[in-house]
Design a protein around this ligand. Structure first.
Ligand code: NOJ
Length: 746
């Protein structure tokens, strides 16, 4: 009886303190902090440590370990958040345990990797980035948040914003590519999409920018490997993208598995406290990656779990994902004085504030509405938008003799290849709660687009990744019976993503052999590529008349690609990651430095120049590259002046004419080159782009306005400023094909 009264009393305190938190803007976070403080005063040390612990449910697994006692732990008040648990019923059951069976009734946060859609799956993030359409990307994340929140979730482990220049690394599929400036815009768009304008709405979720920091630069492109780079590179190229997410108000941040300059991120006080909290003023909470506190032991900076827990708590980590390190060790560490209770209180406060921001104290079941679940999950509008984005993310890499779009005269189409009819592969890696059976394959998309008006033949030809040649002859005979071939090649979905680095990024298995045999039939062939990273495909580029890069397009992949293949939508996507010619060139990215011995393009193999004996320096397809079914011509670049003062606007414009026979969208790109810097500068840096629709035969004037301060970078003393002097300015269709002019700043 006495016990029950205590429960009720505490519950009332919490309810009273929670009253009025609904629909409050973020600026009232100090009110939330006060409320959190009042709860913290009621908490035992163990209950506090419980809030700092995150465990996976047994619904699915995204890492090497699982605790089968997580439900008991929730009952004991030893869990602050759960991940990999969704659907209204499941979440409600777990939440009920937390709010009804624990002493303080504190609700749980529910997290999940909602990376490119929840149930309705959108193209992989690298594909979405190829749209260069931040409004579409933001809307895709909005749809993802609406669906995730309708299934009980209120926290996504996204956006992943790790800048990546090495296509061997499998997780390049999850980011926006190799450019910092574009990456910043996309990171902010993603945060806005997930979090909306008010986190207390029932269809918005907490974002979690990851992986802090520089996880995208592992040595040799091998996942989880060491990162070592200059302070300047870190500040100039890698950090700004996380900062953009922080500035956009992201609610949480995840530490990375890697070390930077000898210190693992999860125990890196400089990174988590000095930089993130003190300099960047980040006020959300910091969660580790999957058991990355435990990994401090094999990293070699902690002798045992207790030391690992101490290092990370003192570095600034608020929540331990799956490692039980905080749960098992923090209590002793506080008792011994190795971690102060103030540190614990601060961490708990940040987590409770997030719960207030979500409105969980008002209604712990606010994400558990059966009606919303039924209405929102895979609703037709979401699917229609996913189809649009799947089409928009396609990048036309080659199109000789106008092989694409498929001519109307074609009567029989052969759809050949191991990825032509594979539902699961359309999802790509990190496909949330996406279901393979809901996906539209290329064969299905073409079948529904042609609706019986064209005769369709299909053949697999070979598997994605083995050496079984037994299907090639049959595929060739199918090709011979058709008058047009679509060849679906690439990687399977598990060949990119986490723990999926490759040393050879060419077409796997015997797919090139299949391609050769099919192309030799002399039929018109359009290759449709599915892959999660840039591939080295010079032979394919040489032989195939047309190549369309489609990434992994998600639930509506087949329909979206069919829209492009038949010309209902003119492709406009452009690469945000360089496609190298061969693996030996990697890392290869557009914004590299000139070196003291740059090559002479007229004589690229000249001795004593910065080149290779056996390969050009240039990529197969450069950053920013992508064709259209129409053609565009660029005029010379015009500037408002030739010489600028520090407070002037540099206004650059170009006329772009659609010289082809259909309307099309073009992504017009602006780059600069600081000719003489205090520190060496890249040969080109993206500083602007416009995506413009130009009707056939029409000319559009595209204008950019940049400020001298936009040309700032970290100088020798790490001051962030620009150099007066001469600059080159380029405008063009990609980072290689540009028109150039020059200007100076006094
Ligand atoms: C490990 C991954 O690195 C991270 O991105 C993901 O969010 C967690 N696992 C949880 O699934």
């Amino acid at each position: 009886m006495k016990k029950t009264r205590l429960h009720l009393g505490l519950f009332l305190v919490i309810v009273l303190f929670s009253y009025g938190c609904k629909n409050q803007p973020v600026s009232i976070s100090s009110v939330y902090e006060k409320k959190a403080d009042s709860i913290i005063r009621l908490m035992t040390l163990d209950e506090k440590i419980g809030q700092m612990s995150l465990f996976t449910s047994d619904m699915s697994s995204t890492g090497p370990t699982m605790r089968d006692d997580y439900v008991d732990l929730i009952k004991q008040g030893k869990v602050g958040a759960v991940f990999n648990a969704f659907t209204v019923d499941f979440v409600r059951d777990l939440q009920k345990i937390a709010v009804e069976e624990t002493r303080l009734h504190i609700p749980l946060i529910f997290g999940f990797d909602v990376i490119h859609g929840h149930r309705t799956i959108f193209p992989i993030p690298l594909g979405q980035a190829a749209t260069w359409d931040t409004a579409a990307i933001e809307k895709a994340e909005r749809v993802a948040a609406v669906e995730a929140s309708a299934e009980g979730l209120n926290w996504t482990f996204a956006p992943m914003v790790d800048l990546a220049r090495d296509p061997r690394w499998g997780r390049v599929m999850e980011g926006a590519g190799e450019d910092t400036w574009l990456g910043e815009l996309i990171a902010a768009a993603r945060v806005r999409g997930f979090q909306g304008t008010l986190l207390s709405d029932n269809n918005t979720i907490l974002g979690c920018v990851k992986h802090f920091a520089a996880y995208g630069a592992p040595q040799g492109g091998r996942d989880y490997h060491v990162v070592d780079m200059s302070e300047r590179s870190l500040y100039e190229w890698y950090l700004p993208v996380y900062k953009a997410a922080v500035d956009a108000g992201v609610a949480s941040i995840m530490t990375s598995f890697n070390e930077i300059a000898g210190v693992p991120s999860t125990s890196n006080k400089w990174l988590l406290t000095d930089l993130l909290r003190d300099d960047w003023k980040f006020n959300g909470f910091i969660v580790t990656d999957y058991s990355s506190i435990n990994e401090l032991i094999p990293h070699g900076v902690a002798a045992d779990l207790e030391e690992a827990a101490k290092l990370s708590a003192n570095a600034g980590v608020d929540m331990d994902m799956q490692g039980s390190a905080f749960l098992n060790c923090l209590s002793n560490l506080v008792k011994s004085g190795d971690v102060s209770e103030k540190t614990i209180d601060e961490a708990v406060k940040r987590i409770l504030v997030a719960k207030y921001r979500l409105g969980l104290f008002d209604d712990p079941y606010k994400y558990c509405s059966k009606e919303r679940e039924e209405k929102e999950i895979m609703n037709p509008e979401h699917r229609a938008f996913a189809r649009e984005v799947a089409a928009k993310s396609c990048v036309l890499l080659k199109n000789e003799n106008k092989t694409l779009p498929i001519p109307k005269s074609v009567k029989t189409i052969a759809i050949i290849g191991p990825l032509a009819d594979s539902k699961a592969d359309m999802l790509g890696f990190w496909s949330g709660a996406g279901q393979a059976e809901k996906c539209v394959t290329l064969v299905e998309g073409i079948r529904s687009r042609t609706a019986g008006t064209v005769n369709l033949l299909t053949a697999k030809g070979c598997n994605v990744d083995d050496d079984d040649v037994s299907g090639i002859n049959q595929a060739v005979s199918v090709a011979r019976r058709s008058d047009y071939v679509i060849l679906a090649l690439g990687e399977n979905r598990m060949m990119s993503g986490e723990a999926a680095s490759r040393t050879d990024i060419s077409l796997p298995g015997i797919q090139m052999q299949l391609a050769e045999a099919i192309i030799k039939t002399g039929k018109p062939v359009a290759v449709v590529l599915f892959n999660g990273r840039p591939l080295t495909i010079p032979e394919l580029d040489y032989m195939a008349p047309a190549i369309l890069e489609t990434w992994f397009g998600g639930t509506e992949a087949g329909n979206g690609i069919a829209d492009v293949l038949f010309g209902d939508l003119n492709p406009s996507g452009k690469l945000t990651m360089t496609f190298p010619l061969n693996m030996g060139q990697v890392p290869l990215f557009y914004n590299s430095k000139n070196t003291g011995r740059p090559i002479n393009p007229e004589n690229p193999y000249e001795k004593f120049k910065s080149n290779y004996l056996d390969s050009p320096n240039t990529p197969l397809y450069p950053f920013g590259y992508g064709l259209s079914y129409t053609t565009f011509s660029y005029s010379d670049v015009k500037l408002n002046k030739e010489s600028f003062e520090s407070n002037d606007q540099i206004i650059a414009s170009v006329d772009v004419t659609n010289t082809g026979d259909r309307d099309g969208e073009e992504i017009v790109q602006l780059y600069v080159h600081d000719l003489v810097g205090e520190v060496t500068r890249p040969v080109k840096e993206l500083k602007g782009f416009r995506k413009v629709l130009i009707k056939k035969g029409e000319k559009v004037s595209v204008t950019f306005s940049i400020h001298p301060a936009d040309l700032s970078y970290y100088h020798q003393d790490m001051s962030f400023t620009y150099d007066p002097g001469n600059f080159e300015l380029f405008i063009g269709a990609n980072s290689r094909d540009t028109k150039k002019t020059e200007f100076s700043i006094r």
